[in-house]
Write a protein that binds this ligand. Structure first.
Ligand code: ADP
Ligand code: MG
Length: 280
């Protein structure tokens, strides 16, 4: 055989028959004169765990906001499970299988943990306003199923005991878990976690890392994390993409990234190379 088919190339790049869960091609967004995300191309493989890292202000959260539909990119293309979602509404993109947590926890403080999870399911419930007013049997059944599923998810993330507590009374770590339960309520195919271990101690972070693996393995969900804690990034990620000033400066496995000079420089400047070796 003298020619290389597309299938051969796929094999070599690890593509095989599993299309990526999410793909972004040449995504750019400008805010006035600032190019916050510049020509970023990126893939979340099916059932992969990948991370997006980079110094503060690199454009990580902005890129998340494009993927989830909060921002419309100036140019570029985003595809979720083979369907183009560029510029679609967050609601629609969530329905198509993308769920997220926020860098700053966003929970309904005066709702219980269970209610916070149920609110997320609402778009999936079939009964409309008529069913609600009349309290139809179907409505009651859906409500009961939603409650059961919420309770199951709270157990799954390890905070079943908080079911009837107000979200604001939960510990910080438990609020982070509640956010994950709420994201899982959408039955997503892809889960985006924005700095999920922020504010956790090293032990809590380690537990969380294992938990991310469990979610992927047991629920067959692909995961993209933004993470500032390098020990978490290196432990959890199969592939890492590094952003600096809106641009991808490196992409690869943990060992490639740890040794990458541009990455070390981006984090600490040239003079900090030695120190960075330790940090990364
Ligand atoms: N809505 C917005 N309007 C204007 N500038 C923004 C907006 N959102 C983010 N930015 C800017 O884009 C850059 C990237 O920010 P961000 O994505 O939050 O970085 P990161 O999450 O990597 O720390 C920053 O300079 C930030 O000020
Ligand atoms: Mg951010």
């Amino acid at each position: 055989m003298t020619t290389t088919s597309a299938a051969d190339v796929e094999q070599h790049t690890g593509g095989g028959d599993a299309a990526p869960s999410l793909r972004a091609d040449n995504v750019t967004i400008k805010f006035g004169g600032l190019v916050a995300v510049n020509d970023v191309s990126f893939v979340i493989p099916k059932n992969g765990i990948v991370s997006l890292i980079g110094p503060n202000g690199a454009g990580k959260t902005t890129f998340f906001n494009i993927l989830t539909g909060l921002y419309k990119p100036t140019s570029g293309y985003v595809e979720l499970g083979g369907v183009e979602v560029t510029g679609r509404s967050p609601h629609k993109i969530a329905q198509l299988g993308l769920a997220r947590t926020f860098q700053n926890i966003r929970l309904f403080n005066l709702m219980t943990a269970e209610e916070n999870v149920m609110v997320a399911m609402h778009s999936h419930l079939k009964t409309g306003i008529i069913g609600t007013v009349l309290g139809s049997p179907r409505k009651r059944r859906e409500e009961r199923e939603a409650r059961d599923f919420a309770a199951e998810l709270l157990e799954y993330v390890g905070i079943g005991r908080t079911r009837y507590e107000y979200a604001r009374n939960l510990s910080y770590g438990d609020q982070r878990r509640l956010e994950v339960a709420r994201a899982l309520a959408l039955r997503p195919k892809v889960l985006l976690l924005d700095e999920p271990t922020a504010g956790m101690n090293p032990q809590e972070s380690a537990v969380f890392t294992d938990f991310v693996h469990r979610i992927r393995d047991e629920k067959q969900i692909s995961v993209l994390l933004i993470e500032h804690d390098m020990s978490v990034v290196m432990r959890v990620s199969e592939r890492i993409t590094v952003l600096d000033r809106g641009e991808v400066i490196a992409q690869g496995g943990p060992d490639d990234i740890r040794r990458n000079e541009r990455v070390v420089e981006a984090y600490l400047g040239k003079s900090g190379t030695e120190q960075a070796g330790g940090a990364l």
